[in-house]
Design a protein around this ligand. Structure first.
Ligand SMILES: C[S@@+](CC[C@H](N)C(=O)[O-])C[C@H]1O[C@@H](n2cnc3c(N)ncnc32)[C@H](O)[C@@H]1O
Length: 278
């Protein structure tokens, strides 16, 4: 019951924030237990090279742990001023105030571009609302969410943790989901008169390699996109590996490896075209 109330309150808060309601005096917030915080940051593989952005940062614990334990820099955005003040005090007490920042700011208007890791403990509908902006981040950006997923953008990995001290829910478990933002590779790519048509759905792709006018049939291969890398599934008839170099619009898609009938195309460098054919 308490859990339902807490979540409903959080839903109200978040729903209000989506629209325009300012923060209320008794804004509810639910902390991520320490064990789950560490698991989230480990799942994202956070290191000192990362900049961690916690959307709705509460008392600052995720960003502070990222700095103190993993050496990262970070930003927490939080709509409740008292929580922002508390986060700054916690950061000072932890000795990481030089590497972290807390802003009183609406997460829906926060610029996400600098983040290499985004963390969230929000609600399913809020995650879904953020999804287009998360998908537009630089390929390879990691996103970790406590408990809630992002609909049909399936996570790359999910962990379930026992959390006896969890403040809400009967289960006393937490789920931690990780997504790695895939490069946007959907479309037609050409290397001379060799066409590579990529169909993409989040981290999954299907590609057709077709030399123009060649008597040989087109080669079709399917697999996963991991940041800027495309790798065929183990069972795929044609084994291939591709790598995006540079931005998806102006960079090149390198056919690093190609097996089977199309092996002679390995090493080709494709450029995106906005035309019907190569
Ligand atoms: C469930 S708590 C998570 C706190 C912290 N990230 C953690 O995991 O411990 C969600 C937080 O989001 C904040 N919040 C809600 N709507 C927000 C908005 N529009 N912009 C920024 N923060 C918001 C709440 O005040 C609350 O502190």
């Amino acid at each position: 019951m308490a859990a339902t109330r807490a979540l409903a309150a959080c839903a109200l808060l978040l729903g209000g924030a989506v629209g325009h309601a300012p923060a209320q005096d008794d804004v509810p917030f639910i902390t991520t237990p320490d064990r789950v915080t560490v698991a989230m940051l480990e799942l994202a593989g956070v290191t000192a090279r990362d900049h961690v952005l916690d959307l709705g940062s509460g008392d600052g614990r995720i960003v502070i742990t990222a700095a103190k334990r993993f050496g990262a820099s970070g930003l927490g955005v939080e709509i409740v001023p008292e929580l922002v003040a508390k986060s700054r005090a916690h950061a000072r007490a932890a000795g990481v105030e030089a590497r972290v920042e807390f802003r009183e700011q609406d997460l829906f208007t926060t610029d996400l571009a600098r983040a290499t890791v985004v963390t969230m403990y929000l609600l399913p509908e809020v995650n879904l609302r953020l999804r287009p902006r998360l998908l537009a981040l630089a390929p390879g950006t990691r996103i970790v969410s406590h408990d809630w997923d992002m609909g049909d953008w399936r996570p790359d990995r999910t962990l379930t943790l026992d959390v006896p001290d969890k403040a809400i829910g009967r289960e006393k478990t937490s789920q931690v989901h990780l997504w790695v933002v895939p490069a946007r590779l959907h479309g037609l790519w050409c290397a001379g008169d060799v066409a590579l048509e990529v169909t993409q759905r989040f981290q999954r792709f299907s590609a057709t390699l077709q030399p123009r006018g060649a008597p040989a049939p087109a080669v079709v291969f399917d697999g996963r996109i991991d940041g800027t890398q495309m790798t065929t599934d183990a069972g795929s008839a044609a084994q291939a590996r591709l790598r995006l170099d540079g931005p998806a619009d102006s960079g090149t898609l390198q056919l690093v490896q190609m097996g089977g009938a199309a092996a002679s195309h390995a090493g080709r460098s494709f450029r995106r075209v906005h035309a019907a054919a190569c």
